[in-house]
Write a protein of this length. Structure first.
Lengths: 371, 45
């Protein structure tokens, strides 16, 4: 091996992927798009495409992170404990009907899955592509690493990139699907608070009901709800703080590097990667369409009290999507304050994405496609 | 099972079950909100 062997082994695919890695770093650092994930992913993509280093070969450092945290699904579950510990489900609990918007906001997962199958993707690949529509990085990583690990790089990059593009993707769809009258609807301010006991019982209710109906998703449901129980109990603040900060930060770093490490040129630069990125975008558009349409249905059923724009917040991009709804609502009517309603729908979307993944895995197990 | 059957089954069951589970949870939370009022928390303390 000479000092020039790296250059001699460099192929065009490596060069392209190093540029892709630089592009992700640019988006993360300069454009502030999901920097916590895109920076380590971008750097991981650069590392794995330097020939001769063997970082993803047996005993390579990136292989170790990947095998330890992604293949075992430990990283997504640890992230979920942090998410549960960070999320206040109060607005959702104060208005439980917004759970339904969180369900409608997941329909894009299943519609995209069907479309991926129609395009000829194998069954489990289609499942992993559809899950981009969960708008939830850890869920997408959990499902993909388990059932289509060769797509992990494309699915993760699509999930995190589109999540950060929610403020660009959603508003035109919201406008297209609603009338002026609907957009101008002023929703009554949310009155009343939720009891501490209800907040404490909520994670237990979700874990038991969700776990009994869709046990395959219990690792996801259980971890997010454990985090939330710790938060609401108020008696384990050290654990809550560690989950929100130290654990989530360390895991995010290694998770990002591990995802970047799956972006080796020869595996990533395929036409199917481009198709996956397009389908991922479509999944999030369909989520928004279904959420807003369900919002319109709720408007009809409530006698015109619901502003259907809040349906767009039924996805899992929390709290970004709720902020988008608030901003759009204000654009059409300065007296309209949709934030708390949208936060409820958005928290419902977080629960909904996990439930949707759990349901999907349980149905697949029921069909005998996975163990 | 063909891709079409697989897709239709997973789409219908997936969307239906997700909606059903969240509807069920919303009913339980609604019930909890009615049974346990915030004031009762304070009394308990």
């Amino acid at each position: 091996m000479t000092l020039l062997s790296g250059f001699q082994s460099l192929q065009w695919a490596h060069g392209v992927m190093i540029l892709v890695g630089c592009g992700l770093l640019y988006l993360g650092i300069r454009k502030k798009m999901e920097p916590l994930l895109l920076v380590p992913i971008g750097f991981g993509a650069i590392l794995v495409n330097i020939p001769g280093a063997g970082l993803m070969e047996k005993d390579g450092i990136l292989r170790f992170f990947y095998d330890f945290g992604v293949l075992t699904e430990i990283f997504p579950c640890l992230i979920f404990i942090g998410i549960g510990a960070m999320t206040d489900f109060g607005p959702l609990l104060a208005n439980p009907s917004t759970f339904l918007l969180g369900a409608a906001g997941q329909f894009g997962i299943f519609l995209t899955l069907a479309l991926a199958l129609a395009l000829g993707f194998p069954q489990l690949d289609a499942v992993s592509i559809g899950i981009i529509g969960a708008c939830d990085g850890p869920t997408a990583i959990y499902v993909t690493s388990k059932y289509a690990p060769h797509l992990l790089g494309a699915v993760s990059v699509a999930a995190y990139s589109y999540m950060s593009l929610v403020p660009v993707i959603q508003p035109p769809i919201m406008k297209l699907l609603t009338t002026d009258k609907e957009r101008n609807t002023i929703m009554p301010s949310m009155v009343g608070s939720v009891s501490k006991t209800t907040k404490l019982l909520f994670p237990l209710v979700i874990t038991v009901i969700g776990g009994l109906i869709a046990p395959k998703g219990l690792p996801l449901l259980g971890t997010i709800m454990l985090g939330n129980l710790m938060r609401e109990s108020g008696v384990v603040s050290r654990l809550t703080n560690a989950s929100q900060n130290e654990i989530a930060n360390v895991v995010t770093l290694f998770l990002g590097l591990s995802i970047g490490a799956t972006m080796a040129g020869e595996a990533f630069l395929k036409p199917q990667t481009l198709i996956i990125l397009c389908l991922g975008l479509l999944a999030i558009c369909l989520d928004t369409v279904c959420g807003v349409c369900f919002g319109k249905l709720m408007r009809v059923m409530s006698g015109g009290k619901v502003n259907p724009l809040i349906g767009a917040a039924g996805i899992s991009a929390f709290p970004m999507s709720a902020r988008v709804v608030q901003k759009e609502g204000q654009k059409y009517n300065k007296k309209s304050y949709l934030l708390m309603h949208a936060m409820g729908a958005n928290a419902g979307g977080q629960v909904g994405s996990v439930i949707a993944a759990a349901v999907m895995l349980s149905v697949l197990a029921g069909m005998g496609i996975i163990k | 099972m063909t891709s079409l059957e697989f897709g239709v089954t997973l789409t219908v069951l997936g969307m239906g079950s997700t909606l059903f589970i969240l509807f069920l949870i919303s009913l339980v939370i609604d019930l909890l909100n009615k049974v346990i009022k915030p004031q009762e928390d304070k009394k308990g303390k």
